[in-house]
Design a protein around this ligand. Structure first.
Ligand code: NAD
Length: 346
């Protein structure tokens, strides 16, 4: 699939064992995660010139000192704008590598090879990147589109089940806000999806990518409000992540966030109950559960107050599905969201 985002072409490939499409004349700086050490060979066996860099696991990769260390090594090895960076790993690696690619010599080609379901359906696409600083997530970052994204589902076979469910949270989000066909597929094919059936994985990944890209093409840099739909469930989701000191994973927090935000919509009489039951039904079907005891409510409320989608003082932009597969964006008072959140936790 080729998408054109404001003049930048993004080529997205999906398949099983498809890692053989590299320009042999380029030099590649590969940034990878330790968990992918065994898989690295699949990539380098297809390359003539390359260097490798093992990034720390998880959020520790998204650190400005790691960025500087990579740049130091690239300068030493003589990388120029004719070369490229490859990211091999989950969303933390595509966020890190994307940021480096966007600033190295004012921009060097980026190839994303996502290896978690979350990064295939979300983090590796759309051009947002970033690292954390002073305890604030993604506070340093840019918008920079990768040239190529290679979704090789063979990576998903080593992924722990919890990480698969983590990615499913975002797939469910696309389905309920934008894609009724995907929603019906999720309901009818749970076992195939969770057993990592090839056709099912390709179907849900391809649908999610098309859904996200439809939005990104029309609002690449969050300037006209459309991209807000990608944040359905995230206002409360981020508060849950933060209130649990990130013990609760993003996709799980967002799934619970979608349920709570929908409940708030019902209380405000802006959406009807059918949507709530449809969302709860699919989240329960996949057994995406969180432990509410892990959440410090005060910390969660503090994070809610800092929500980046706040427009002026006490209003927050909340996208909600008005029917399965269709969304609208509403402006809600922070007080209403806070009260709804507390009600939802009880
Ligand atoms: N830029 C964006 O638009 C965007 C969107 C969503 C999320 N994100 C970011 O993505 C990050 C989360 O991504 P993630 O959930 O992929 O986390 P992650 O990169 O930490 O990966 C999760 C875990 O899975 C392991 N792993 C990766 N691939 C594996 C494989 N094939 N087999 C076995 N283990 C494997 C990793 O080593 C890690 O321990 C967050 O930092 C978030 O902010 C960015």
């Amino acid at each position: 699939m080729i998408f054109n985002i404001n003049g930048n072409e993004v080529n997205i490939l999906i398949g099983d064992n498809i890692l053989n499409k590299f320009d042999q004349e380029k030099k590649y700086f590969i940034i990878y995660q330790d968990s992918l050490s065994n898989e690295l060979n699949k990539i380098v066996s297809n390359l003539k010139y390359y260097d490798i860099y093992k990034a720390p696991d998880g959020e520790r990769a998204k650190d400005i000192n790691v960025v500087l260390d990579i740049i130091k090594k690239m300068v030493k090895k003589g990388y120029t704008r004719k070369d490229a960076i490859i990211s091999l790993g989950g969303g933390t690696i595509s966020d890190l590598a994307g940021f480096v690619a966007s600033i190295y010599m004012r921009g060097i080609d980026l190839i994303n090879i996502p290896t978690t379901l979350l990064s295939m359906v979300d983090a590796s696409i759309g051009g947002k990147n970033g690292v954390n600083f002073e305890g604030i997530k993604n506070v340093i970052g840019t918008f920079y589109q990768p040239k190529i994204i290679i979704n090789d589902i063979s990576f998903l076979r080593t992924l722990p089940k919890e990480e698969v469910l983590n990615g499913m949270g975002e797939v469910i989000k696309y389905s309920v806000t934008m894609d009724k066909n995907l929603y019906n597929y999720l309901i009818d094919n749970k076992d195939n999806i969770l057993n990592l059936n090839k056709e099912s994985l390709i179907f849900i990944i391809e649908s999610s990518i098309k859904d996200k890209m439809k939005i990104v093409i029309n609002d690449e840099k969050e300037t006209n409000g459309l991209r807000t739909v990608l944040n359905f469930g995230h206002t409360i989701g981020h508060a849950i992540e933060s209130g649990s000191e990130f013990k609760i994973k993003h996709g799980f927090a967002v799934s619970y966030g979608m349920i709570c935000e929908t409940q708030i919509g019902i209380n405000e009489r802006i959406i009807n109950e059918d949507v709530y039951y449809a969302i709860k039904n699919v989240v329960d079907l996949y057994k995406i559960k969180i432990d509410l005891n892990n959440i410090n409510i005060n910390k969660a409320l503090e994070s809610l107050g800092k929500d980046k989608k706040r427009l002026n003082n006490r209003k927050i932009m909340i996208p909600l599905p008005v029917r399965i597969g269709e969304f609208e964006i509403f402006m809600l008072d922070l007080d209403i969201i806070e009260k709804g959140f507390i009600r939802c936790l009880n």
